[in-house]
Design a protein around this ligand. Structure first.
Ligand code: ADP
Ligand code: MG
Length: 625
């Protein structure tokens, strides 16, 4: 093929591919334009997840006839004129290709009016064609409507996910744009329903209260601002608000949402010791850096940036967050409330702050065993063939074979009571020879048991987790998990993006025995949930937060992997925790499932559950051979 310059239309389509991956990309570009135009309110209307319609209306500066004629033209921008401008960008957009790109892959309509003019201008753009402006009636400001996105790029269209997923991305996009602009009001409507209404607020905390919940906004610590060439400000969630993915982390550079690994590292470092290693703190961080010291053009949608002095950025974020945490009041809410009631004087507040961090740290490292519901395997989890004996024997606890020393064991608190002779003898006659005999529990976390050919040490949480996981799997191949209805539905506040995730996962959740349905604006109610979670006393709100994180994790896009992730998470939540004291009987129940669990290859986290030492091993260790 001879070399030929690409047609303008083709160039635009290629550019569109980079900037506009999905409807949320259109929303981003249009809202950025509205903010650049000084809008004090931005109304976004979406139909069918953005495939059918995306419309963004603002009350900003508008355009005159000339500008309107050029708006859809490639590389037409009012934001940079000279090369110097390129390195001192104060606006959101500046490459002048967004509208051109969007117009090349949709049917777009622009209506705009400058406040000082009587009438407005309308421009239609249609794939390759841009019509000249015609007069129209319009309110001051600009409205861009984008219809039939990707109508001429079938490949893109094919990659679109469901309506709910695409809308979820749009909703998240609005959050990212609205957080740094609390002085601009936003609304978002989807298929005729208003899903977001964000009035003008004085500050980011107010905006967060509207986007999330007022309680969450209240719980945030204000970052001690630091001056200098890298200015850091923001709000930090308490350790209790941390999540299992980075989805709750919002970082902005000069008012623009960014993702940055380096800042992620700095956060992890600052929260070290306050959070388990795989937890991500909720943060809203706002960095201000001279635009000349940042290259924002390393990524087509500018979501990743390059800092001139990245060490400095790392150092400043670390220092700011660390200082904030150190003076912060990190006590759990319950404790704080109790003290307030007890009438602690305000004078002691400062001293208390100092203590509170120590307390929080101490609490964290103690990882205090919360009162656990008894292990009592739910009927559906017990392997069929053990069921009869298990149930009977759990009513008739077996006496420990011998008294173990209280310094190394915590077993037999309730079981020490001797059994009536006749019962135990009857039982022992009926029962087959027990292969694995639990001896004791060590540090409330490990079970030591005798096996026919030696001994084994079991990680109680890991084992229980694996048993549950395998059982879930087995049950799902046969049908669904058994469920029970909640007497009083438990309600949860969700963001529109999270609501979309829940809608999307209805089938999956149904299999698990969960029914979660809309209950009001931003509120969902759990009507029904898996029996196993009920019996294990798993808190529904905490469970739902984990569930949403798992559902929202992009890594789990594949349905099979998503199911696996959800099952693993459920197993982990329902499994007995490390640190929970177990009775001998409970240990026995747990060990009954051990052998099968070990054999099954599927396993939630791939950790070993059991350590075995054979008599041979012991003999070798003690040089008896
Ligand atoms: P860029 O934002 O990079 O300049 P765009 O293609 O997004 O490029 O927009 C082209 C131009 O159209 C902008 O520079 C601006 O002058 C004008 N424009 C676009 N949207 C609006 C709007 N909502 N209000 C006022 N002017 C707008
Ligand atoms: Mg723009």
């Amino acid at each position: 093929m001879p070399i030929a310059a690409l047609s303008r239309h083709l160039v635009n389509k290629i550019a569109a591919g980079e900037v506009i991956e999905r409807p949320a990309g259109v929303v981003k570009e249009l809202v950025e334009n509205a903010l650049d135009a000084g809008a004090t309110r931005v109304d976004v209307t979406v139909e069918d997840g953005g495939r059918k319609l995306i419309q963004v209306s603002d009350d900003g500066a508008g355009m005159d006839r000339n500008d309107a004629a050029l708006a859809f033209a490639p590389h037409a921008t009012s934001k940079i004129a000279t090369e110097d401008d390129l390195f001192a960008i104060g606006t959101m957009g500046f490459r002048g290709e967004a509208l051109a790109s969007i117009a090349s892959i949709s049917h777009a309509r622009l209506r705009t009016r400058r406040p000082d003019e009587q009438g407005g201008w309308e421009v239609l753009a249609n794939g390759e064609r841009i019509d000249p402006p015609v007069p129209c009636a319009a309110a001051p400001g600009t409205t861009v409507a984008v219809c039939d996105l990707f109508f001429n790029t079938p490949a893109r269209r094919k990659f679109l996910r469901t309506v709910n997923t695409e809308f979820g991305h749009i909703s998240e996009q609005i959050a990212r744009l609205a957080l740094p602009h609390p002085q601009t009001a936003f609304t978002l409507r989807h298929n005729g329903r208003e899903t977001l209404n964000l009035p003008v607020r004085e500050n980011t905390r107010g905006r967060i209260a509207d986007l999330f919940t007022p309680d969450f906004a209240q719980s945030l610590l204000t970052v001690t601002p630091r001056s200098g060439p890298v200015r850091v400000a923001g709000l930090l969630g308490p350790p209790s608000a941390a999540r299992s993915s980075a989805a709750g982390q919002y970082m902005f550079l000069n008012g623009r949402y960014i993702r940055d690994r380096l800042i992620g590292h700095a956060l992890r470092e600052a929260f070290r010791g306050l959070l388990a290693p795989n937890r991500y703190p909720a943060v809203f961080l706002f960095l201000e850096i001279d635009p000349a010291d940042v290259d924002v053009n390393v990524h087509p949608t500018k979501i990743e940036v390059r800092f001139r002095d990245s060490n400095r950025v790392y150092g400043e974020v670390l220092a700011a967050v660390r200082e904030t945490l150190q003076r912060g009041d990190l006590r759990p809410d319950v404790q704080a409330a109790a003290e307030e009631e007890a009438g602690a004087s305000p004078a002691s507040a400062a001293g208390r702050r100092q203590e509170s961090l120590r307390d929080a740290l101490a609490d964290f490292f103690k990882s205090a065993p919360k009162p656990q519901p008894r292990l009592g395997f739910p009927e559906e989890i017990l392997p069929q063939r053990h069921r009869g004996t298990e149930r009977r024997s759990s009513e008739l606890p077996i006496q420990p074979a011998q008294k173990t020393q209280s310094t190394v064991t915590s077993v037999s608190r309730e079981e020490a009571k001797p059994l009536p002779e006749y019962i135990s003898s009857q039982e022992s006659e009926e029962q087959p020879a027990v292969a694995v005999v639990p001896l004791m529990q060590v540090h409330d976390s490990y079970i030591v048991a005798q096996t026919p050919d030696g001994l084994m040490i079991v990680d109680q949480h890991a084992l229980h987790e694996r048993i549950l996981y395998n059982e879930f799997r087995r049950r799902l191949t046969a049908g669904r998990l058994t469920a029970q209805r909640m007497l009083i539905p438990q309600t949860v506040q969700v963001s529109p993006a999270e609501a979309a995730l829940l809608d999307e996962a209805t089938d999956l959740l149904g299999k698990l025995g969960m029914e979660v349905a809309p209950f009001g604006p931003n509120v969902y109610a759990v009507q029904q949930y898996p029996t196993v979670l009920a019996e294990r006393g798993v808190k529904m709100d905490a469970f739902l937060r984990e569930l949403l994180d798992t559902l929202g994790d992009d890594e789990q896009a594949d349905p099979e992997r998503l199911l696996e992730a959800v099952l693993a998470m459920m197993a982990c939540k329902a499994a007995v925790k490390a640190g929970a004291p177990l009775s001998l009987e409970e240990m026995r129940q747990l060990l009954t499932g051990a052998e099968e669990a070990e054999k099954a290859s599927a396993c939630p986290h791939g950790r070993p559950t059991t350590l075995r030492l054979s008599l041979k091993d012991l003999q070798k260790q003690f040089h008896r051979t």
